[in-house]
Design a protein around this ligand. Structure first.
Ligand SMILES: [Zn+2]
Length: 375
């Protein structure tokens, strides 16, 4: 097997910190009557000992993700982020903005359309270069960052938004690891990458999205001698305490994967024994990894609902569980609906009031593991 080389600093020293074994491609949803078996590929996270970037080891899969529905939580967070960045004067009237988006949504551009700003064309220089969960989809991390920094106009700012590795560790979100997502940034690792690219992190904002999302602002070293502010320093100090660069600490995700899969399997088995119907909601990559790891099939979970028409009529990769639409979900009158994406809770409760009106309950999958069922 070829030796792993860091996607950011090309360092060769590091550790495999999470190994989920062979997994189906989480973005390949076969037709519901495709009997499988689905091809599987190794899925591992590696932590670079030099720059601290947690990353996907190898990815032999080809992205073919059916377009998911953009969660309301993501668009609300984008609006919040625009407000906060403008209030802090990093996004000014007349600015040219260049955006690197994500296939999962969350673009700022629709929010800027009604403001006195202009959108830079592809490859053009911009005063504000924004990467909104985009760069993690690039296999060559140092190349992707260089492309973004090169587009920052003199005196401009680079804004990088990411689901933080610190959050993944604090909340045991082992199933954030997926094919197609090459990097799992801590503020520490991203600061190291920026420094190597001639940029300095200046300030940061935090959001509750995905349990903890960071937006980092960085400027070119030659523009000013400004240093990281107290927010950035506090984030990095907190991460050091947490152990984001410590392979033993990050390996805790392996334990989280095992206890989470056990908890979900046991809970579903108990519901089956009690003859209560449980259906799932959210045919996302996190659900694919969890159901595969937990060995759940349609006898334990007869269907997973999803708002994306592109996924309906298909089945979950690696198992025989069909993906259904929300109308079918409502008509099924399940006693409990296991929600695989906790960020969607408010949206689904508001959008599908019939579920609770007919006695159904939404169960946040993260509460099964922590042993506290609130909803
Ligand atoms: Zn590295």
């Amino acid at each position: 097997m070829a030796r792993t080389s860091c996607r950011a600093c090309h360092g060769l020293d590091g550790d495999v910190v999470l190994d989920l074994g062979d997994q189906p491609a989480c973005d390949y949803f076969p037709a519901w009557d495709d009997p499988g078996p689905d091809p599987v590929y190794p899925l591992q996270m590696w932590l670079c000992a030099s720059c601290g970037l947690a990353q996907l080891v190898a990815d032999p899969t080809v992205p073919e993700e059916p377009r998911g529905a953009e969660p309301a939580a993501l668009t609300q967070q984008a609006a919040d982020a625009v407000q906060r960045v403008m209030a802090a004067d990093w996004l000014r009237v007349g600015a040219r903005v260049g955006e690197y988006g994500s296939p999962h949504g969350g673009s700022w551009l629709p929010l800027l359309a009604h403001r006195p700003m202009s959108v830079a064309g592809a490859g053009e220089r911009a005063d504000v270069v924004l990467d909104c969960f985009g760069m993690m989809h690039c296999s060559d991390q140092v190349g992707a960052l260089a492309e973004r920094t090169a587009r920052v106009a003199p005196g401009g700012v680079l804004l990088l938004q990411f689901h933080s590795l610190a959050t993944i560790l604090r909340r045991g979100q082992w199933n954030s690891l997926r094919h197609g997502h090459y990097a799992y940034y801590s503020t520490t690792a991203l600061a190291s990458m920026l420094t190597a690219g001639g940029f300095t992190p200046r300030t940061a904002w935090q959001f509750d999205l995905y349990g903890g999302t960071v937006l980092l602002a960085a400027t070119r070293n030659t523009d000013s001698e400004a240093a990281p502010d107290a927010t950035v320093r506090a984030l990095i100090a907190g991460e050091e305490k947490l152990g984001v660069r410590d392979p033993e600490r990050v390996r805790g995700l392996q334990h989280a994967a095992e206890s989470c899969a056990d908890a979900v399997h046991q809970w579903l088995s108990e519901r089956q024994a009690a003859k209560t119907t449980v259906l799932g909601y959210g045919a996302a990559s996190r659900a694919v990894a969890l159901l595969c790891r937990a060995g759940v099939d349609s006898s334990l979970l007869p269907a997973v609902a999803d708002a994306s028409p592109a996924k309906q009529g298909r089945r979950m990769p690696g198992t025989d569980i069909p993906v259904i639409g929300t109308e079918e979900l409502v008509a099924a009158h399940a006693a409990s609906i296991l929600l695989f994406l906790p960020d969607l809770l408010t949206e689904v409760r508001n959008g599908l009031p019939q579920i609770e009106a007919s006695g159904g309950r939404w169960i946040d999958v993260e509460t099964l593991v922590s042993g506290q069922q609130e909803h």
